[in-house]
Ligand binder design. Structure first.
Ligand SMILES: NC(=O)c1ccc[n+]([C@@H]2O[C@H](COP(=O)([O-])OP(=O)(O)OC[C@H]3O[C@@H](n4cnc5c(N)ncnc54)[C@H](O)[C@@H]3O)[C@@H](O)[C@H]2O)c1
Length: 358
């Protein structure tokens, strides 16, 4: 498999924001969508698309030049008829499980790229992972910051102890106020939907979690999603993580503040700021933190294209991909445990992360 000239046929289900529409945002780094990333990758070609919303489907078809016989309203029909090698799942979270299970049953499918959060429940996530592993189909989940060279560099700095031992992490995914939405449909608010990127990065950089103690704010009642949730997470290596999602701000803020024995890295949409210890200018015999340049990675790859590259690599090698279903399941587990802890008044919930197959 693989080799020069090999082209994987891609079908996209869900023709919304992350599949295509965000490509029209003039401010975003491009590609900003699944379609953009598959179009940019030299070994993938989009051959089919599906959406229950006909207008969106037709727009997608016109933009990405997919002939109308290959535009579907039913993903089952698309899988059977278009026989794609790769399925890209960019529908609402509660449909990810059924779609991935159907794809895993489809003989032509060699790999799946599924949006985050992996699913609405751990039971669904487990079914998806088991079905893909049984068929040897790599499943990459769209926590695409794992493919961002800056976050890869931060992880390398943690491993190399460039700034000493990682001790404490502050992680916030803050957002606009949310309306009252039923938990039965949406499962969670910002803590789940943006927070899954944050929690995934915490696990990616800091390693597996040991326990969590959570809190939540539910002004619309327990049956509705939270306006804010967060908690204290203890990682297995003793790193302490303070995390918060929501916060009802007038701005979006997605930042990780990683504090080491000898320095600090702030990374997120407030930029990247690195600090290291030096002699204090104010107190004799004390040390303080001073800014130093971030060791910018030489090669910058677009994160969405990075996700596609990882999926293609996993199809060719048969090895578990980075940002796998198991990784995403660990993030979902930690989020669900935080909600569970919060509903139990902040009680400590022990976590057992599933390790990847070696
Ligand atoms: N990685 C990221 O940064 C990122 C950003 C945005 C959204 N997302 C995730 O992507 C997913 C989609 O979010 P979005 O913002 O693009 O939503 P969206 O509403 O813009 O698009 C989803 C599309 O899926 C279609 N759809 C839903 N169920 C379907 C089905 N059964 N068959 C065919 N089409 C179906 C809808 O009609 C809609 O057009 C969510 O899981 C979300 O969490 C990820």
């Amino acid at each position: 498999m693989g080799g020069m000239g090999k082209m994987y046929k891609v079908a996209v289900v869900g023709c919304g924001r992350i599949a295509s529409i965000l490509e029209d945002d003039p401010l975003r780094e491009k590609p900003a969508t699944h379609a953009g990333a598959f179009a940019a990758h030299p070994m993938t070609k989009m051959v089919a698309a599906c959406d229950i919303n006909v207008q969106r489907l037709e727009k997608f078809g016109a933009k990405w030049r997919i002939p109308s016989p290959y535009l579907y309203r039913d993903y089952r029909e698309m899988l059977r008829h278009a026989k794609p090698d790769i399925l890209s799942v960019a529908t609402w979270t509660d449909s990810h499980c059924d779609i991935v299970l159907e794809a895993a049953r489809t003989p032509s499918i060699k790999g799946i790229y599924c949006e985050k959060p992996i699913a609405s429940s751990l039971a669904q996530a487990d079914k998806m992972i088991a079905a893909c592993e049984k068929k040897g189909i790599p499943l990459v989940v769209g926590h695409e910051r794992r493919f961002d060279a800056n976050f890869v560099m931060v992880r390398r700095m943690i491993e190399k102890k460039s700034l000493g031992e990682l001790k404490t992490v502050f992680a916030q995914a803050l957002s606009l106020p949310v309306p009252a939405l039923p938990r039965s449909k949406y499962v969670g608010g910002t803590f789940l939907h943006d927070g899954t990127h944050m929690i995934d990065l915490v696990l990616y950089s800091g390693g597996p979690a040991k326990w969590v103690m959570g809190y939540d704010k539910r002004p619309y009642g327990k049956r509705n999603i939270e306006t804010t949730a967060g908690g204290i997470i203890m990682l297995e290596n003793g790193v302490t993580v303070f995390v918060e999602g929501g916060g009802e701000r007038e701005y979006f803020k997605f930042d990780l503040d990683l504090q080491f024995t000898g320095g600090r890295i702030l990374i997120g949409n407030s930029g990247i700021h690195t600090f290291t210890g030096g002699a204090s200018k104010h107190y004799t015999g004390f040390r303080e933190l001073f800014p130093i340049p971030f060791p910018a990675p030489k090669k910058r790859v677009n994160s969405l294209v990075g996700g596609v590259t990882e999926l293609v690599r996993a199809i060719c090698s048969g090895k578990e991909p980075a940002s796998s279903g198991r990784d995403a399941r660990n993030a979902l587990r930690l989020i669900m445990a935080t909600y569970e802890s919060a509903s139990g008044g902040g009680k400590k919930i022990q976590i057992k992360d599933r390790r990847g197959k070696k």
